[in-house]
Design a protein around this ligand. Sequence first.
Ligand code: FES
Length: 143
Amino acid sequence: MDAVAGGLPMMTMEKCLDFPLLTKRTVLAHVSVCKGCCCGAVEKGKAEVPIDWMKDEWKKRGLKKRLQLTITGCLGPCDLSNVVNINCSAGMVWYGTLRDFSHYVALLEWAAASAEAGELAPLPEGLGSLQFDPFRRAASIAS
Ligand code: FES
């Protein structure tokens, strides 16, 4: 039987395996960097999101085959812009308020270390204080 979270049925891993994955490229993680209405909106006083630099470095270092990079529209928690989300088989991690270029450097170095090792490296220590749970309010309402 599937687990239930907040009234929504959650797929178990067994059920997921029933579906064939035909995608040729399987990745260690999917990194979504928000560049929506607020993230990177320097005209609104938000910090820049170094999109071109990220994309160039991702390509130059050959990370695309092991870690998917997506520049995305609004992910929701705009008040914590700039937002990054990492999804992998173990779950997801959210980071907010990435205001310094060094935050993106840490993310890139983590991705490079993971790709080189063939498994996810420990998350960047420098980003630890920027981690948040976007579902904390929804969880407290459901209980
Ligand atoms: S614009 Fe990035 S979370 Fe809304």
